[in-house]
Design a protein around this ligand. Structure first.
Ligand SMILES: [Zn+2]
Length: 489
């Protein structure tokens, strides 16, 4: 799960959305979508329980393959052709499962891919009230590691694919489900590996990733449905100044700490240029209709052509807006020197960047170098695995197209069938998920879980992770109808 978007939180604080038609949530309201039958619910529940009780953490006790093999068995037992059920990966314990529901006949239309990670974050029995690897139903919730992030969606989509197959549903185009390893950490990220090594198996017109987006509840009321329509690229850079050092009683003008801090101060005073893409434009356009006064005027001014940069600067005073307007780079760690009485031989900082789609990490590395304007410094790239290299990847995340109607029409219609009148808002996530590997390969990605959670009850990665039972049934109904809608008849 990517970090909760700061922007939504900010909107809540600012009260931007409070005047908007908020929908009554679950309690008492009947979902107008046809509910899954008792049989289908029982299957969806059995799969959910099975997945929660298989430990898929990146630890000696965890094994992703146990979970993907169990799901493979369910698909084969249900009669999916073996050539449409692929278990594969670079490590025996980290096998990914890719299942294809075939189109009725030959088609030139590209498939739709549902991308779901099946690994979870470590959970310790001693930290929890219940056993994190037991599926427990209590007080209207399902408890267990992965109930929010994201075995709920894994289970709902496995159940949906099985149901569609059983019902003989023949889509217009192929629909693919990928259950992947190591999104939460580990050396064998399945999404990245599949894109690089088996593009044919996962190639799609677009990706739906339930690891992001969803419905925000406030005291049981649905406030907004967030759909992640693009995300920034995470990159770390290591900045190093070296010096011959010496005795601290004989200081010289050349000094590794001074050189490094001078460079960091230049970065502190630097602002990356204002940018906008179709997703952030749509977002601010919709926000402008909910806001009043100067902020509303400023939002309308920044989406104009050309954008009003003075208005952009005013809005940028809010960190969440600033992050949505540009690449950001910030110093996050510092280490220097080896003794109190010695001139420092090394000074090193980590600068963390969140790169606006359309730019590569290498482009930003070079830009940092020119901002520092000091040949004595090195600017190196640090990979997610901690490997330091002289250059950074050249691959850039695609500039997102305008949120496409083919996705947003059914998504909005089905969401509003459950939560009448609820605003559905595409957004650019400032965090990161597995979608990035597909976005970098030029495939648009949309993050949406159809899960309704209280804003103050987000327990992904935390203790006593839980999901409201009612929320699970709603997401099951949503994904069944949504899969049929994007798959077509
Ligand atoms: Zn996740």
């Amino acid at each position: 799960m990517p970090c909760k978007t700061l922007l939504s939180a900010l909107l809540a604080i600012a009260g931007f959305l409070t005047g908007h038609a908020a929908a009554e949530s679950s309690a008492g309201a009947q979902s107008p979508l046809p509910a899954a039958s008792a049989e289908d619910r029982a299957l969806a529940l059995a799969i959910f329980k099975e997945l929660i009780e298989i430990n898929t953490t990146d630890t000696p006790a965890g094994n992703v393959t146990t979970a993907t093999t169990a799901m493979q068995k369910r698909f084969l037992d249900a009669g999916f052709p073996p050539e449409d059920v692929h278990l594969l990966g670079p490590d025996p314990r980290k096998q990914n499962l890719v299942v294809r529901l075939r189109a009725a006949g030959p088609t030139t239309e590209k498939p739709v891919l549902f991308l779901c990670h099946i690994d979870v974050v470590q959970a310790l029995r001693s930290d929890w009230t219940t056993d994190p690897f037991l599926f427990i139903e209590k007080d209207g919730y399902f408890y267990g590691r992965g109930t929010q992030d994201m075995k709920n969606s894994d289970a709902a989509l496995v159940a949906t694919f099985l149901r569609l197959h059983r019902e003989g549903f023949k889509p217009r185009r192929d629909i693919i489900l990928a259950l992947t390893a190591d999104e939460e950490g580990g050396k064998f990220n399945g999404a990245s590996w599949l894109v690089e090594n088996h593009r044919d198996l996962v190639d799609a017109a677009y990706v739906i990733n339930p690891d992001a987006g969803g419905i925000e509840l406030e005291h049981g009321r649905a406030i907004v449905a967030d759909v992640e329509a693009t995300e920034k690229v995470y990159s770390d850079f290591q900045i190093t100044a070296v010096n011959r050092g010496g005795h601290s009683s004989l200081p010289r003008p050349d000094n590794a700490i001074y050189e490094l801090t001078a460079a960091l101060n230049k970065l502190a005073g630097f602002t990356f240029p204002f940018e906008m893409n179709e997703v952030t434009r749509t977002y601010f356009k919709s926000l402008a209709t909910m806001e009043t006064g100067q902020s509303a005027d400023d939002m309308r001014a920044v989406i104009a052509t050309p954008p009003d940069l003075v208005a952009a600067a005013r809005l940028s005073a809010q960190p969440a807006f600033n992050s949505n307007f540009r690449t950001t780079c910030v110093a996050t760690r510092l280490a220097a020197g080896h003794a109190n009485n010695a001139l420092p031989q090394t000074a090193q900082a980590i600068v963390n960047c969140r790169i606006f789609p359309g730019h590569s990490p290498e482009e930003i590395r070079r830009q940092l170098f020119s901002i520092f304007a000091d040949d004595k410094l090195t600017v190196k790239f640090v990979s997610d695995a901690g490997v330091v290299s002289d250059t950074a990847p050249e691959r850039k995340a695609m500039i997102p197209p305008a949120p496409i109607a083919e996705v947003f029409e059914p998504l909005t219609r089905l969401t509003q069938a459950i939560w009448p009148g609820l605003p559905v808002t595409p957004e650019m996530e400032n965090g990161a998920s597995d979608s990035i590997y597909f976005a970098q390969a030029g495939i648009p990605c949309y993050g949406y879980s159809a899960i309704a959670l209280e804003r103050d009850d987000v327990r992904a990665h935390g203790r006593d992770e839980r999901l409201p039972i009612d929320s699970y049934w709603k997401s099951l109904d949503f994904f069944y109808e949504f899969t049929k809608a994007v798959g077509g008849k």
